[in-house]
Design a protein around this ligand. Structure first.
Ligand code: SF4
Length: 362
């Protein structure tokens, strides 16, 4: 940590002056010493992002398959010890949800579930992909880590992208927050992007859950992980997300290990991190979810973000089938996709409803 917190204004200026930045420069850009340089960082980040991606924001929407979960994670409403009504979508319900969000205009869907390997395992995912695939140009998944052969099978059924956030790269804190179930296996989760790279997946999404550990240190390890993967699996594309801890149902009751953010990241610091990632890596996609407030999201569009979720429901059946089922966490930006698309247009950007590659090809 000292190697980040000890950076000086001279280190920041040196990092800003370079055309190609390394992980040492990244330390300076995320350090407290960079705070007075935020405006300069934002302008550079905007320029680099527009050069590589144009003035385009890609929109996607999560579709929750199930809130069943065998794991205990201290920060999540789906945690096994949370006494909630559990629900897993049937094929018919999934089709209804898929058609509803397709009707909103989305061509990129993110399938999400808790970790319940018996009921919501690879066989279920194959059936889910077969239902969803005809309706979308791009399918991402955020589910439990799987073996390489499983990923290969799911790719045959239309899977394009997998998001697998390490939550924290700090082994001790990881153990504190992942108390039971397969997710408590730090090493298996950490090795997941490698298995995805070996399977030849199109895109991998990385990130940490900001609040579990010092955000600067964790974000630096995420950058290190990204660079390692980019060099080893260079055909694969990458995205980064920066979710901050959100309130969830069940956290207010007496839990012996209820989670409080270890550190609170201010809005200005999240902007600093977004710009620092862009200044480190011109190619990586930067994604912002509806966890963040409308004001923050509107502002961040011009500073390096390339993708956003919109209209999100974080519960299975949340769009049509069962809007009352329990959400994984509370969203902050509950504006409709049409309102968000209009906001993007007003800022001089184009809202795109499918994935970049589909855009570039057609
Ligand atoms: S974070 Fe994932 S694995 Fe942990 S309780 Fe929530 S759904 Fe389950």
């Amino acid at each position: 940590m000292e190697c980040i917190y000890g950076k000086t204004a001279a280190d920041v200026e040196r990092a800003l002056a370079r055309t190609h930045r390394d992980l040492e420069d990244f330390k300076a850009l995320i350090s407290p010493a960079a705070a007075p340089y935020l405006e300069e960082m934002a302008q550079l980040s905007q320029r680099l992002t527009q050069k590589r991606f144009g003035k385009v924001i890609q929109l996607y929407i999560p579709l929750y398959l199930s809130n069943e979960c065998q794991n205990i994670c201290t920060y999540c409403g789906f945690s096994h010890d949370n006494k909630i009504r559990r629900r897993t979508l049937t094929a018919g319900e999934l089709l209804t949800e898929a058609q509803a969000i397709r009707a909103m205009g989305f061509e990129h869907v993110l399938l999400v579930s808790g970790e319940a390997n018996q009921r919501v395992g690879v066989d279920y995912f194959v059936r889910a992909l077969d239902v969803v695939q005809p309706h979308f140009a791009h399918i991402s998944m955020e589910v439990q880590p799987l073996d390489r052969e499983d990923y290969s099978l799911l790719m045959e059924h239309g899977l394009n992208t997998v998001l697998v956030y390490q939550e924290t790269y700090h082994f001790g804190d990881y153990k504190l927050h992942h108390l039971k179930g397969r997710k408590s296996n730090f090493g298996y989760r950490l090795g997941t992007p490698d298995r995805l790279g070996e399977a030849g997946i199109h895109k991998i999404g990385l990130g940490v859950l900001i609040g579990l550990e010092d955000w600067r240190t964790d974000s630096w390890f995420a950058a290190l992980h990204l660079q390692y993967l980019e060099r080893k699996y260079w055909r694969t594309k990458y995205s980064l997300s920066f979710p901050r801890l959100r309130p969830f149902e069940g956290e207010e009751r007496e839990r012996p290990y209820g989670v409080q953010p270890k550190v609170e990241m201010k809005d200005r610091e999240l902007i600093q991190l977004i710009c620092a990632y862009r200044l480190l890596d011109e190619e990586v996609e930067l994604s912002l979810s509806t966890r963040e407030s409308p004001i923050f999201r509107d502002h961040a569009i011009r500073l390096g973000i390339t993708a956003m979720s919109a209209g999100s429901r974080t519960n299975p059946g949340g769009y049509v089938v069962d809007p009352g089922s329990l959400e994984q966490f509370e969203i902050d930006d509950d504006r409709s996709p049409a309102v968000i698309a209009e906001m993007i247009r007003r800022q001089g950007y184009e809202a795109v409803w499918k994935d970049w590659d589909a855009v570039l090809q057609g």
